[in-house]
Design a protein around this ligand. Structure first.
Ligand code: AMP
Length: 429
């Protein structure tokens, strides 16, 4: 089968790498892809926001299946438009993608179905949002309703910070995504991610992961798209995974099916493991980036076959197998990220750095210029390693990074610290 992957980050390189191993695949095309994906697939320029162009391309090229990496095309209804054109796509419809596209929608769904999550209020104007803040005080979390590239959330430790976040949102900082907002109770605990495949009705739990959003060691500094991740997340014991399935994932999938908007694709729950058990922080309707890289590194099965079962139904007849081992990925970014950074600096030494069979270097923002590999984005490489433990995977990833010759790049040196600490304390895995 001929597959088109939409996207060009580390997540999509990991998906391409995993899909390329499938016996079902005849040809792999990526749009736009990156320099790493170009080594295993044909890369083409295609605007994912132009659904008609994507459909025309699929028809010309006889694409059988479209795998959509990022959330924006899913929320914009690319899967629905492909379906109308008779083309299968991996991911939810626009109606089901509201789980990520509207925080207010998800909070209401949680309230109606008794799904554990932070207390909240939803507001369409600044005056009522302000009155709510004056009543509940700080710390509190203010979130723009729609997609804001991960920048729409303010964890406000003071009421002033909360009020200024409200002003920013209603002043149009996030455009239409800020037409309404959600104010949430501040939850404390350890965060972890839980992934499952869903075919509308059946749920196949995948695995857990933990990411690091802050740019600096010790989880300091500004938020980023993600500076690294590991899987499994030791905080997610079997008991907590069962509770997350029973109290959060299953009721969500059931509610969407009953509403006539069944969910299909990968469902990614961001959880806070509180003293009262797991609570939902947010849903994402696609794989995480960089969590996808560690999941693909651990997966033993044919990802394409699993994705097709999510699209066509039949996940109840599927099972999934993981390497017992852990995987960890460290993001190398261009100096200055998440602020301004330069593009075009040369990267050398990847062949030597990736020589270990337990290491894969996924590309994110890379390109070729006159045969040289150069940085072409903020997050540039995802150095991913397997190990018997998270600690071993961590050692391998950093040993590989130390062989990469890229003076204009940087990375955190402590990815996986929570998982390693739990491992060393003898916690669950
Ligand atoms: P979100 O985009 O909703 O995942 O929020 C981004 C980050 O903000 C999360 O990964 C958490 O670290 C933090 N956050 C979001 N909601 C809450 C909450 N209710 N309590 C504490 N932290 C939160």
């Amino acid at each position: 089968m001929k597959v088109l992957i939409i996207g060009g980050g580390g997540r999509e390189h990991a998906l391409a790498w995993a899909i390329a191993k499938s016996p079902l695949l005849s040809e792999l095309v990526c749009a736009p892809g990156n320099a790493g994906m170009a080594e295993i697939a044909r890369c083409v320029a295609l605007d994912a926001a132009d659904h008609e162009a994507v459909i025309a391309f699929c028809r010309d090229e006889k694409i059988d299946y479209v795998v959509i990496g990022p959330e924006t095309p899913l929320v914009a209804g690319l899967v629905d438009d492909l379906k109308r054109a008779g083309i299968e796509g991996f991911g939810p419809s626009a109606a089901a993608a509201r789980l990520e596209g509207s925080k207010g929608f998800t909070k209401e769904l949680c309230r109606e179905n008794d799904i554990p999550t932070a207390e909240y209020g939803r507001f369409f104007d600044a005056a009522s949002a302000t009155r709510y803040i004056e009543r509940v005080g700080a710390p509190v979390v203010v979130k723009a309703d729609g997609l804001a590239a991960g920048k729409g959330v303010t964890v406000a430790m003071t009421t002033d910070a909360a009020l200024s976040a409200i002003d920013d949102i209603f002043a149009g900082k996030f455009g239409q995504a800020g037409a309404s907002l959600v104010i949430e109770e501040y939850l404390t605990g350890e965060e972890a991610s839980f992934f499952a495949l869903v075919d509308g009705r059946n749920i196949l739990p995948l695995a857990t992961a933990q990411d690091h959003k802050r740019v600096g060691d010790g989880d300091h500094g500004p938020n980023t798209g993600g500076m690294g991740a590991c899987s499994p997340a030791p905080v997610m014991s079997d008991a907590i995974c069962r509770t997350a399935m029973d109290e959060i994932i299953r009721p969500t999938v059931r509610a969407l099916a009953e509403a006539g908007t069944p969910y299909s694709g990968v469902l990614y729950a961001g959880l806070m493991i509180t003293e009262d058990g797991p609570k939902l922080i947010e849903y994402n309707v696609r794989f995480g980036d960089p969590e996808c890289q560690v999941l693909m590194m651990r997966l033993k099965d044919d990802i394409l076959k699993l994705m097709l079962a999510a699209t066509r139904g039949g996940l109840d007849k599927m099972s999934v197998h993981w390497r017992e081992a852990a995987a960890l990925t460290v993001v190398m970014a261009a100096k200055g990220y998440p602020g301004s950074y330069k593009k075009g600096s040369e990267i050398r030494g990847l062949a030597e750095a990736g020589a270990d069979e337990n290491v894969m270097i996924f590309h994110a923002g890379t390109a070729r210029a006159d045969g040289r590999l150069v940085a072409a984005g903020g997050r540039v490489l995802d150095v991913t390693a397997r190990g018997a433990t998270v600690a071993e995977a961590q050692r391998r990833a950093y040993a590989s990074i130390d062989r990469i010759d890229w003076p204009e790049g940087f990375c955190r040196r402590d990815i996986g610290w929570r998982a390693v600490a739990r491992e060393q304390a003898g916690g669950a895995s």
